[in-house]
Design a binder for this molecule. Sequence first.
Ligand code: ADP
Ligand code: ADP
Length: 229
Amino acid sequence: GGALQFNDVDFAYDPERPILKGLNLSVPAGKKVAVVGPSGAGKSTIGRMLFRFYDIAGGSLTIDGQDVRDVTQATLHAAIGVVPQDTVLFNDTVRYNIAYGKDNATEQEIEAAAKKAQIHEFILSLPDGYDTQVGERGLKLSGGEKQRVGIARTLLKDPPILLLDEATSALDTQTERDILGALKAAGEGRTVITIAHRLSTISDADEIIVLQDGHVIERGTHDTLLAKG
Ligand code: ADP
Ligand code: ADP
């Protein structure tokens, strides 16, 4: 599962000011699409439509052929995992933060997710400083490490769809590069929507759309878009 279809989607927060104007985007199950474009173009709004934070004003939006309006919030949340720009963590261990929302996870599953996201060595650390093994002088997690915790949480949840909403935008270039492997691992076998403002941060997408003022102004692959400049 995990096919997404935006058909002529219109949306406005304020009726006087359309944000998405006839957006068409079709993502077959297991395919990877990236949405790039300047700040304010409407990229994050696409995620909000999927979660029905707001309802679309026109057109249709389906997941696996089903109108999102006919899908419960619980089902939507099970179907879509989000890695946002800043993963907000509870003041509890990394382990707790990874397992949060999945009460039935086994220790083995939690460890496997932590390993895959390469945050395993910090599993008993607290995000903001205290380490239950090392004591008060334990490590503080960096922004990149916090993102890895978010990635591990998503891996554990195992959703068919992954929404990376500016997941690396708050990181410096080197950290961004370091984390791309974990993001790629998280996307394996899933439908992935990557939202980014720079094309350079997209490495593996079957299709990239460039959004500007709520319109798709370009569509292509990394190579065809780079060739156009
Ligand atoms: P992007 O992710 O491409 O930066 P967004 O989808 O967040 O853009 O926002 C698109 C436009 O919608 C922006 O002009 C933004 O100011 C506006 N906007 C976003 N959220 C709201 C809101 N809750 N109410 C009104 N306007 C909003
Ligand atoms: P959960 O299943 O624990 O709710 P999700 O991965 O579904 O976890 O979502 C994490 C949180 O991010 C949820 O509260 C969700 O509503 C919120 N969220 C959904 N879409 C976005 C988005 N585009 N940007 C930021 N946060 C979002």
